[in-house]
Design a protein around this ligand. Structure first.
Ligand SMILES: *Cc1c(COP(=O)(O)O)cnc(C)c1O
Length: 413
């Protein structure tokens, strides 16, 4: 043991392609039952709380009963009783062994990559990733940690992923469907390519959620989640999570999160538990509404292009149908007249709010080229399909006719 090693509470996780994952908590129960029950049994709480709802334990330290016995959790940076319920439930919904939460989705991504890589290593991904992920990949990790990111040339072609992996690759990272252009990557095909080279696969499941897509069942080793989006569902929580093998999750928790903090707080975990109870109902309605809105936009004379995996014309429509239960609640479309044209449409919306997020119960829109993906070069934006006139639309739970009326007047204006 070197002097430095003794700081770390757990051994570093090592990817073992032959390891058999343990079944997710409550794997024998259906998705909706897990969304309501996993991690908290009201009967077992009778003695302490008499609570039907998982309680918010707003305590950041946990008393020792005896000097030699370290309590678990010991301090709020490791875990809190309320986040423990949420972590067990998210693992169960994604079908993974375990879960560690973080103060945001971006923090969860950072904690994971920081845990898995050392200077000289690299991560393979594509340009179809969300804005802060791109900033971590092009600025923070290369400049400050000596970890490089390879962007594959053609994310639709498994051979392109294969070509980008070398002997210093520690992770392959896929976001599907991607934010903001809804590019759909073949999870099973990329998993095969990564595993053949002994590299684990991370899938960002933020856009689809486990209600619509099961990356681990398709071959991914770990899942990244922004709780801030559909999991919460109304932009009242900032949070994130990593689901994956227990040894990896505990490596992240004990060797990064525990030293750094930036954890999800009990109240946010509690709110998320309430919202998860309706996740599959919401995702079904978001998808049905988005499908109607996408079809309306695709037929509108003033719309140049629509990105939505549920549209027959989407380049990966068939793959999306195989890989997802429905198209999801997010789409993007290109308004005529470039940036100024998009701005004029956005300013004419009356019901639809312009703000930075998605996955909200109320419909929300945003202009990716100037707000989230402004750090990409114009060439990279073109390659990723981020046109100057692109508007991202997160279709909410309103009556779709009202959304169509608002879109029509804003486009025609
Ligand atoms: C927003 C987002 C994240 C990051 O989540 P935050 O909670 O906002 O940090 C990660 N992945 C995707 C696909 C996202 O859209």
């Amino acid at each position: 043991m070197t002097d430095k090693d003794q700081f770390f509470m757990r051994e570093a996780w090592e990817y073992d392609p032959g390891a058999k994952p343990k079944p997710a908590p409550d794997a024998h129960l259906g998705f909706n039952t897990r969304a309501l029950h996993t991690g908290f049994d009201p009967l077992k709480s009778v003695k302490d709380f008499r609570s039907f709802v998982p309680p918010i334990t707003q305590s950041m330290t946990y008393p020792y009963e005896r000097f030699e016995e370290i309590p678990y959790p010991v301090y709020g940076r490791t875990q809190t009783p309320t986040t423990a319920v949420l972590e067990e439930r998210l693992a169960a919904l994604e079908g993974g062994e375990a879960c560690v939460t973080a103060g945001s989705g971006s923090q969860a991504l950072f904690d994971l990559i920081f845990t898995l890589t050392r200077p000289g290593d690299n991560v393979v991904t594509s340009l179809n990733i969300y804005g802060e992920g791109y900033k971590q990949a092009t600025a923070i990790f290369p400049e400050r940690c000596g970890v490089d990111f390879h962007f594959v040339d053609d994310p639709a072609d498994p051979a392109s992923w294969d070509a980008a992996i070398d002997d210093k690759t520690k992770l392959v990272w896929v976001e599907t469907p991607s934010n903001p252009c809804l590019f759909v990557t073949d999870i099973a095909a990329v998993a095969d390519v990564a595993h053949a080279k002994g590299v684990p696969l991370l899938v960002d499941n933020t856009t689809a959620t486990a209600a619509l897509q099961k990356p681990i069942a398709l071959g991914a080793d770990m899942v990244l989640l922004s709780i801030t989006k559909f999991l919460c569902g109304n932009a009242s929580v900032l949070g994130g999570a990593v689901v994956g093998p227990e040894a990896l999750v505990e490596d992240v928790r004990w060797n990064t999160t525990e030293f750094v903090g930036a954890v999800l707080q009990p109240f946010e975990a509690w709110l998320t538990l309430q919202f998860l109870e309706t996740l599959s109902l919401r995702m079904e309605r978001h998808s049905a509404n988005a499908q109607r809105v996408a079809e309306f936009l695709a037929g509108h004379p003033r719309v140049e292009h629509v990105n939505y995996p549920g549209l027959v014309g989407h380049p990966q429509h068939e793959l999306a149908q195989r890989q997802m239960r429905a198209g999801g609640g997010m789409l993007s479309f290109v308004a005529p007249g470039g940036m100024a044209g998009a701005g004029a449409v956005i300013d004419r919306f009356q019901l639809i709010t312009h703000a930075v997020t998605f996955g909200t119960s109320r419909t929300i829109c945003m202009h990716p080229p100037t707000i989230t993906h402004e750090h990409m070069t114009p060439e990279e934006r073109a390659k990723a399909g981020i046109d100057d006139g692109l508007i991202r639309l997160s279709v909410g739970l309103e009556d779709p006719d009202d959304l169509i009326t608002d879109l029509d007047q804003a486009l025609s204006g």
